[in-house]
Design a protein. Structure first.
Length: 311
């Protein structure tokens, strides 16, 4: 981090770049206070926080929550989706570095400091991402962090490790250079952003766990049909762009990513079917199987290919 000198010429308190934290929400939700507290508990001193109310039905309750945090700014907009809300929030901040927090996730106290330090050490990097674990509603760990440093752009495009909104930190200039979040996307919009940023510069990894991603029935990962379709559409668009520029190496990367999405669809569908069977919703199990057969008819072969690649 930078060291600013005082009037005497001696070094004083370490001061790094301003970090802008944007939280987009249309609900507030039961975890928003915990999310905000985790930002305010950061060891890094230079942080501004903006919450964007994306057309919340109970705007008064959300405003009351934010009112308990004098340093947090609240911006209201008509419901336009998370991409527009985050872009709006980013545009209303001034930090050199942007970080986005969902209203149900939380951060570890050293997260911002460690990721800022990683970007300061590598000026060519446009993104820093940290280790991220998955927690349940109660905050207990469901899946320990397993991310790793990517070797090159190909590993990013092939999605070899988890780089997504909850563990992402991006330089403001790079964020706007790629157009920010695509305003039409409401699911997997962070994947689209990562794929665009992958062509802009290096990604640096912080191995310490910095983010708790909360899995529960209300978040988007539970809507696997819509999520898989959105991922498929996004990757196909990036593959088309690679074809048009003659980057056949990148086309191959996107093909691997599409195959991974089909495996994810099969895994999600199987998990959903088990839950439906446990609750004796037999007709819906058949509907789930039909959806998978239509969306990912080669899923069993993709699964086998994935198993062989790990051997």
């Amino acid at each position: 981090m930078n060291i600013y000198a005082g009037d005497s010429g001696r070094s004083t308190v370490p001061v790094g770049p301003l970090v802008s934290v944007v939280i987009a929400t249309n609900r507030g939700g039961p975890f928003l206070v915990e999310a905000l507290d985790s930002v305010l508990a950061q060891s890094y001193p230079r942080i501004e926080i903006v919450v964007v109310d994306d057309g919340a039905e109970d705007a008064a309750t959300l405003a009351a929550i934010i009112g308990g945090y004098p340093s947090v700014r609240l911006i209201r907009q008509a419901n336009a989706g998370p991409s527009v809300a985050r872009n709006n929030g980013a545009a209303r901040t001034s930090g050199e570095i942007l970080v986005f927090l969902d209203d149900d996730d939380r951060w570890h106290p050293q997260r911002i400091a460690l990721q800022v330090e990683s970007l300061e050490r590598q000026p060519a990097a446009v993104v820093s991402y940290c280790a991220m674990q998955i927690i349940d509603v109660a905050g207990d760990v469901l899946v320990p962090a397993d991310q790793r440093q990517v070797l090159d752009v190909h590993e990013i495009l092939r999605r070899r490790t988890g780089i997504m909104l909850p563990n992402l930190m991006v330089r403001r200039e790079a964020f706007w250079r790629v157009g920010g979040f695509h305003p039409a996307l409401r699911l997997a919009e962070d994947l689209d952003l990562v794929l665009k940023l992958a062509l802009e510069g290096e990604f640096v990894f912080v191995p310490e766990t910095g983010t708790d991603y909360r899995f529960h029935g209300a978040n988007s990962t539970a809507r696997h049909h819509d999520l898989c379709r959105s991922i498929d559409g996004i990757v196909r668009l990036h593959r088309l762009a690679a074809r048009e520029t003659g980057r056949w190496d990148l086309v191959a990367d996107h093909n691997v990513s599409l195959q991974a999405n089909r495996r994810f669809a099969a895994w999600s569908s199987a998990r959903s079917a088990r839950n439906l069977l446990a609750n004796r919703h037999f007709a819906r199990v058949g509907a789930e199987a039909l959806w998978l057969a239509r969306f990912a008819p080669t899923a069993p072969f993709d699964w086998l290919a994935g198993r062989r690649s790990k051997d």
